[in-house]
Design a protein around this ligand. Structure first.
Ligand code: ADP
Length: 510
């Protein structure tokens, strides 16, 4: 058989679905992308139509293959990466979802979580320590899938009985897509990988198996859950009458942030990446022991290359980073486009003594303080819009520093180098400020599409397209490197001011 030329990644995100085709050197050949509807039935509720997502995935697969004139004979395998935590329950016999997909951002289970937090035996302290963390590495929060599954089974009439009879299946979007790609109601495989399963509140972070105590508390029948597999393994083959029009192994599955970790070749303990999008997600490889964070971070499955084995990660998520730049653009209208922030911020030497804490929806890691709200402090008559823009870029870097401080404390090793990716890393000033504020090296890869690349890597490894992770390491190429240019004293003085500003932002709402 002729040597295969490509691996395909399907990147199913919160606002759009993308299909990217990669060559053996890890560079993209072609991609296609389509958005899907965001459904807001009530304030704080967010849903997607899972069938629409599947159809958009079919469209972008066909679109990418057509645009790139890719022959399916040349495709070695397919990898999936997905918006995490988003919850779908569907009928096994028909493939029809019984309710819209409940999106990770959806807050509908907040009241349940507040009650849960008060339940004897389940209380967690301010740092998130408690039974949920011990079992799952996570926190009591509407963010994760567990309470969303419970909500659907509690609210869709007859669904509990149908689940008990084995008529229903649950999946995050990875599971939903793999089931459909491999045949759906006609023999589709019902699987997930450890990285996605570790975001459900239902997987035991140590055993990598569904956790009976968690499932019992959340009243979720284990029978509806998918089989937990490694992130790199042949799960099944696509059906010839699906979007690929051929039988190709589906062989990689990683949640989006873990896929970026993998695509950045963060294979060694201590390797860390930060993705700069609307929010920031930092993940640090912590090796094969699921160290529990004492400093406000989540412990999550990073990736698994072999059954029963797992490389773990600490994760710190920041809610508002690139979206603070969008706020300058859309609400204050002081920049026309997000990239203009670099031009204006470069016109001043510093932020003129002000700090902007963009706690628009509270503060996430490491504070987890939902009472905080956004503030700009230190204003004087001297301050111009350029200072506010510069303070916005600095806020992205300072929030990242907060997470790095927590990671340093948990891991006991100071971060030396941060690999970066995501839409905002094209901003060179932002990257320079980040190196200064961290006092660490910041490195940007040539291929910024690390999420899709990570899924492709997982899929390619499983079928021997790449032999081992050394092949992947060799593919990683640097685009630019940013190093610290300020004194320790100046850095620490700046950070002290930031901490003071964060304190002022906290406790604003009850
Ligand atoms: P996501 O995947 O979270 O939707 P992207 O990775 O596409 O986001 O990044 C887009 C975000 O990055 C937006 O919030 C935008 O404001 C911000 N952004 C994009 N380019 C720049 C830039 N040059 N400087 C600062 N912020 C930017």
């Amino acid at each position: 058989m002729a040597e295969k030329k490509y691996v395909v990644a399907i990147d199913q995100g919160t606002t759009s679905s993308r299909c990217m085709v990669f060559k053996k050197d890890g560079t993209p050949v072609v991609s296609d992308q389509m958005e899907h509807a965001q459904i807001f039935p009530k304030p704080g509720w967010v849903e997607h139509d899972a069938l629409e997502i599947w159809h958009r995935v079919e469209d972008v697969v066909k679109g990418a293959l057509k645009k790139g004139n890719i022959s399916t004979d040349d495709i070695a395998s397919i990898g999936i990466t997905n918006q995490r935590e988003t919850t779908v329950i569907w009928e096994k016999a028909t493939g029809k979802p019984i309710y819209n997909a409940i999106v990770w951002q959806c807050m509908r289970t907040q009241d349940f979580c507040a009650e849960w937090q008060k339940t004897p035996g389940w209380q967690q302290d301010a740092a998130g320590q408690g039974k949920v963390k011990e079992h799952t590495g996570l926190l009591i929060s509407p963010y994760f899938s567990g309470t969303k599954i419970k909500w659907i089974l509690d609210n869709v009439p007859g669904s509990r009985e149908r689940a008990a009879k084995g008529e229903l299946l649950f999946g995050n979007i990875d599971t939903w897509l793999i089931w459909n790609l491999t045949g759906g109601a006609n023999g589709g495989v019902h699987v997930t990988d450890v990285s996605n399963a570790s975001r459900t509140l239902l997987m035991n972070i140590k055993t990598l198996k569904w956790d009976e105590e968690m499932a019992k508390f959340l009243n979720v029948p284990i029978a509806i859950l998918p089989a937990i597999k490694p992130s790199s393994a042949v799960y099944g083959n696509t059906i010839p009458n699906g979007p690929f029009g051929a039988s190709i192994p589906v062989a990689g599955d990683l949640g989006d942030q873990q896929a970026a970790l993998f695509g950045q070749a963060c294979f060694n303990k201590g390797d860390t990446k930060n993705t700069y999008g609307t929010g920031c997600f930092m993940l640090m490889n912590i090796g094969e022991v699921p160290v529990s964070s004492k400093n406000g971070l989540l412990t999550t499955a990073g990736y698994s290359l072999d059954e029963g084995k797992c490389t773990y990660a600490l994760e710190g998520s920041i809610a508002v980073t690139g979206s603070a730049v969008q706020w300058l653009r859309d609400n204050l209208k002081i920049v026309d486009e997000s990239p203009d922030s670099e031009h204006f911020a470069n016109k001043v030497d510093d932020a003129g003594g002000i700090y902007f804490v963009p706690a628009f929806s509270g503060l996430y890691a490491p504070y987890w303080d939902m009472t905080a709200r956004g503030i700009i402090v230190g204003l004087t008559r001297y301050i111009r819009k350029e200072h506010i823009i510069r303070a916005t870029l600095e806020s992205i870097c300072y929030q990242t520093r907060d997470v790095v401080e927590a990671m340093n404390k948990d891991s006991g090793v100071p971060l030396a180098e941060l690999k970066v990716d995501g839409g905002a890393v094209k901003n060179n000033l932002l990257m320079r400020l980040q190196a200064d504020i961290l006092g660490a090296k910041v490195v940007r890869p040539v291929v910024n599409e690390t999420t899709a690349l990570g899924a492709a890597y997982a899929a390619g490894l499983a079928v021997g397209f790449w032999k081992n992770i050394d092949d992947l390491r060799a593919n990683w190429a640097k685009d630019a490197e940013f190093t610290n240019s300020i004194s320790d004293a100046k850095r620490e003085e700046g950070y002290k001011g930031w901490k003071k500003a964060v304190d002022k932002s906290r406790g604003w709402v009850d």
